[in-house]
Ligand binder design. Structure first.
Ligand SMILES: Nc1ncnc2c1ncn2[C@@H]1O[C@H](COP(=O)(O)OP(=O)(O)OP(=O)(O)O)[C@@H](O)[C@H]1O
Ligand SMILES: [Mg+2]
Length: 322
């Protein structure tokens, strides 16, 4: 049984005549204890994908299965099921924490919502959680406005861990943390996988973070997964020209310089968006290797080595895969 199984997910925003195609036929599966990294530049659909898993955004097409249950319809019962199994650490900690609540109540919220324990056991669990994200106990009675961005991000992580979810979605969880705290949070996540088998999806622009926080990586471009494979495969031998440009130098944790969008090896080209997706291969206007077919036909996914897939006309399929 997979923890998560997304098949042929699409999501449009906007109007029928001017659709914003945020996700286009995305399929992916996450097994128990697996850590998936999602990378891709701004607007590629990463947050939309996470919100669909959490039931905060509906799909336009496709199926969402969580722990073998079809939750695509987002019924009230589905939402309860989702909240018992999935927690998310949001990209923007200020907007995801209620400014009027005290930290201890914010962290305890998922426990109360799921009816876990007594008031006393919940209070002791909250103290442990604060410890495990490296925040002092004096913050228990503080409110989000009294904390720094990094401290608030850790409150968000503590809250997400409260019920020990089967799946943890992390949307840029370390972006506002300084390097030493970032390293501690990444260590904490490794421990959760090893001790509790919690599956994790890490969305990040920081390729150094992804390298430490993911076993497998999905690279997104304009609403599609353009390449997926193990972290080792993608860092050692990326197949898609977009992935190649992103991964052309291997960064380390805390290496601020190597983030998406600052890479000069990528052709800038005309800036495409989910409102204006190029014909053929959506990457062709920026691709250094684009040829005639890339401008006219959309590439299908090709297996380039065992478990590594790329959507590109120019990659060599693995022998025997087609
Ligand atoms: N509620 C919405 N209404 C209209 N358009 C939306 C909405 N949510 C997302 N979009 C659009 O969908 C596309 C994907 O957005 P999304 O937030 O998923 O990107 P992202 O990969 O998370 O980007 P970032 O790295 O900047 O966080 C973008 O073009 C965005 O403008
Ligand atoms: Mg986002």
């Amino acid at each position: 049984m997979s923890v998560l199984d997304l098949t042929h997910i699409s999501r449009n925003f906007g109007t029928a005549s001017r659709p914003v195609r945020a996700l286009r036929d995305v399929s992916l599966r996450i097994e128990k204890g697996e850590r998936l990294g999602i990378v891709g530049e701004s607007g590629s659909g990463k947050t939309t994908l996470a919100r669909i898993v959490l039931g905060l955004t509906r799909t336009s097409a496709g199926t969402v299965r969580l722990l073998d249950r079809d939750v695509t319809a987002h019924s009230a019962a589905d939402r309860r099921f989702i909240h018992g199994a999935v927690q998310m650490v949001f990209q923007d900690p200020m907007s995801s924490l209620n400014p009027r609540k005290r930290i201890k109540d914010i962290i305890a919220l998922p426990l109360r919502a799921q009816g876990v324990g007594t008031a006393a056991t919940r209070a002791s669990r909250v103290r442990d959680l604060l410890d495990s994200v490296g925040l002092p106990q004096r913050f228990l009675n503080a409110r989000p406005g009294q904390l720094s961005g990094g401290q608030r991000q850790r409150v968000g992580i503590a809250r997400a861990l409260a019920i020990e979810p089967q799946l943890l979605l992390l949307d840029e969880p370390t972006a506002s943390l300084d390097v030493s705290v970032q390293a501690r949070v990444l260590e904490l996540l490794v421990g959760l996988q090893q001790r509790l088998g919690i599956a994790q999806v890490m969305i990040s622009h920081n390729l150094g973070v992804i390298r430490h926080a993911a076993d497998r990586v999905a690279v997104m471009y304009l609403g599609q997964i353009v390449e997926t494979g193990t972290t080792a495969q993608l860092y050692a031998s990326p197949a898609h020209p977009y992935t190649q440009a992103l991964f052309s130098a291997i960064p380390r944790v805390g290496d601020k310089k190597r983030t998406l969008g600052e890479d000069h090896t990528l052709a800038r080209g005309e800036v495409a968006s989910a409102l204006n997706i190029p014909d053929g291969c959506p990457f062709h206007p920026r691709c250094p290797r684009a040829s005639h077919i890339c401008r006219s036909a959309e590439p299908k996914q090709v297996e380039v080595s065992p478990g590594q897939f790329a959507r590109c006309h120019l990659v060599e399929p693995m022998a025997g895969s087609v």
